[in-house]
Design a protein around this ligand. Structure first.
Ligand code: C5P
Length: 239
C-alpha cells in the first residue's frame, strides 16, 4: 500500500500538534524522528496513535543483537507501524529485531533497514568507513542482508529503488526521502532528489516528505498534491 509519510521534524509536541491541526481532518501517516522522540518520550507516539495517525518511528537502532532485541520490543509495544534499524549492525542484529517484533504480543510493525545514509558520499564511505566499492553497491549489499534477515524492506534514495526491486522483488519495501516537486528548486540539504511521480514510477512504496509540506503556506493542499502525484487516481483526495 503506497503512501506519503510526513516527517514531523519538530523540536517539541506543541509545534508538531500545531502543524497537524493545520491539516484539518486529515490524519496522515507521520514519521517521528529522534529530535521529537527524545524531547517528548514514548508519550508522543501514543498520543499521535490515539489521534488516528499511523507512525513510522525513525530511531535507526544500532547496537549488539541483544540490546536491539529489547529496544525493538519496547518500541513495538508503543503501537508503531514502521520501525527501523541500521543494516550495518549485521544480519544477526536484524534477525534479533525481527524476532522481537514477532514475539512482542502486539501487531508486528514493518521493520526496515537503513542502508547508507544519504549524507554518506563515496569518498567518505571508502576512506573513513573503509567500505569498498560504490555507494550503490553498498546499498544493494545491505539490502540483500536485510532481506536475508527477514526484514520487510529498506530506507534508500529514490534513485536506488528500481535496482533494489529488480534484485529483491516487488514485495521488498522501499521507503524513500529526498522527494521534491519538479518546479521546486529548493532541495534544502537533500542532494539526490526525485519527484513524487518519478518515485512512483520507479516502484517506491512510501515517500517521506518533510519541509516541502511542513513549511508550506498551505500544508494540507501541498500534502494532497504529493499524494495525488505519488499515488494518483482514486487515492488522490483521501487524506
Ligand atoms: O525535509 P525533508 O523532506 O528533506 O525530510 C526528509 C526526512 O527524511 C527527514 O526527516 C530526514 O531525517 C529523513 N531521512 C533522509 N535521508 C535518509 C534517511 C532519513 O532525509 N537517508
Amino acid at each position: 500500500m503506497k503512501d506519503v509519510i510526513i516527517a514531523l521534524d519538530f523540536r517539541d509536541k506543541k509545534s508538531a500538534l500545531t502543524f497537524l491541526d493545520r491539516l484539518g481532518g486529515a490524519r496522515p501517516f507521520v514519521k517521528i524522528g529522534m529530535e521529537l522522540f527524545y524531547a517528548e518520550g514514548p508519550g508522543i507516539v501514543r498520543e499521535l496513535k490515539e489521534r488516528g495517525h499511523r507512525i513510522f518511528l525513525d530511531l535507526k537502532l544500532h547496537d549488539i543483537p541483544n540490546t536491539v532485541r529489547g529496544a525493538v520490543g519496547s518500541v513495538v509495544r508503543l503501537g508503531t507501524d514502521i520501525v527501523n534499524i541500521h543494516a550495518s549492525g549485521g544480519i544477526a542484529m536484524m534477525e534479533a529485531a525481527r524476532e522481537a517484533a514477532e514475539t512482542s504480543g502486539t501487531q508486528r510493525p514493518l521493520i526496515i533497514a537503513v542502508t547508507q545514509l544519504t549524507s554518506t558520499g563515496q569518498e567518505m564511505m571508502n576512506e573513513q568507513l573503509l567500505i569498498h566499492g560504490t555507494v550503490e553497491e553498498a546499498v544493494l549489499h545491505y539490502a540483500r542482508n536485510a532481506s536475508a534477515a527477514g526484514l520487510d524492506g529498506v530506507v534508500c534514495s529514490p534513485l536506488e529503488v528500481s535496482l533494489i526491486k529488480r534484485e529483491l522483488g516487488d514485495a521488498f519495501l522501499t521507503v524513500t526521502p529526498g522527494v521534491r516537486f519538479a518546479e521546486d528548486q529548493k532541495a534544502d540539504d537533500q542532494v539526490r532528489i526525485t519527484t513524487p511521480g518519478q518515485a512512483a514510477r520507479s516502484g517506491a512504496d512510501y515517500i517521506v516528505v518533510g519541509r516541502p509540506i511542513t513549511s508550506a503556506p498551505d500544508p494540507l493542499e501541498t500534502y494532497l498534491r504529493f499524494k495525488k502525484e505519488f499515488m494518483g487516481g482514486i487515492h488522490a483526495y483521501t487524506a
